[in-house]
Design a protein around this ligand. Structure first.
Ligand SMILES: [Zn+2]
Length: 294
């Protein structure tokens, strides 16, 4: 990625160490059994919504923009933090334009919480070993920057754009929340069977990959952010965090009925489709919930 000199987002809530984010460091006592914790970590690693396992808080807090670090500080920050902040800013610019055009309404920017160690979201507990996730209850994205190390080491998906893809995927969950797709899936989760709930969850995740691809399409055209090889890095990451790849790695066999995010092939297919078309029209997005098979 061409990060140098790019603007960072004002919507970052930096809760790392004593860098003085708005809320400072939040300590959370982990009262969960090991089994729950492992499930939550796996869900989060795959970018899922852990609230269904934890019991989401019913309170909805509006996102509140935080004061951003001066640009000079950002340039001196870690590369991971710059990737997250600058990718978020680019998403704000692109969705801020697309949203009114496509859906005839303003885009509400999400807050992105950067934490280290452990933190608490309205969707429950987040810890060092967890991957990024979007919490619909407080409309915030949560990310521990150590996830970049996990991507590199455990998932063998190196590169700055692998992390950018993950950020764009989480932002996409915020878009889905505003467009009503997330609510649609929650209803299936409440009323349907487990396999119906999993199938709906796969559709939501693949749509998020598609939307991340749409962002990459415009970033490539207008933002001067992408370099050769970046899309390849996103595809490697999308493939590495497919359900089948993760199941094979963790249990040695694959159980399609339990998929909640889509196979590696599906994730690559829909990120690529979004990237090539740049088409985020409502009718196109509806396809993910109307098509018999994806
Ligand atoms: Zn996701």
């Amino acid at each position: 990625m061409k990060l140098e000199g790019k603007e960072g987002s004002k919507n970052i809530d930096d809760r790392r160490g004593n860098r003085g984010g708005m809320s400072g460091r939040t300590k959370t006592a982990g009262g969960f059994g090991l089994g729950t914790l492992i499930i939550v970590i796996i869900v989060m690693l795959m970018g899922g919504d852990p609230s269904e396992y934890l019991g989401a808080s019913s309170g909805t807090a509006a996102p509140s923009p935080q004061t951003s670090a001066p640009a000079q500080d950002l340039e001196q920050d870690t590369e991971e933090f710059q990737i997250v902040s600058k990718t978020l800013r680019d998403n704000e610019k692109i969705w801020g334009q697309l949203f009114p055009q496509l859906y005839n309404r303003q885009y509400k920017e999400p807050v992105l919480v950067v934490f280290e160690g452990q933190d608490r979201s309205a969707c429950g507990f987040a810890s060092a070993a967890t991957g990024p996730f979007y919490c619909p209850a407080d409309q915030k994205v949560y990310i521990d920057l150590q996830f970049a190390d996990l991507l590199r080491q455990r998932f063998r998906a190196p590169g700055d754009f692998a992390l950018a893809y993950v950020v764009a995927h989480e932002v996409a969950h915020h878009i889905q929340n505003q467009l009503g797709y997330s609510q649609q899936v929650s209803q299936v989760r409440q009323r349907g069977s487990e396999s119906q709930a999993n199938a709906a969850s796969v559709r939501l995740e693949l749509q998020a990959d598609y939307l991340a691809g749409v962002w990459a399409h415009y970033a490539d055209q207008y933002s001067d952010l992408l370099e050769d090889g970046d899309i390849r890095e996103a595809l490697v990451a999308a493939s590495a965090i497919g359900d089948d790849a993760i199941q094979k790695q963790s249990q040695g066999y694959v159980v399609p009925d339990s998929f909640t995010h889509g196979t590696s092939e599906q994730r690559v297919k829909y990120f690529t489709a979004g990237y090539k078309s740049g088409d985020a029209k409502k009718e196109t997005l509806d396809y993910f919930f109307s098509a018999r098979d994806l």
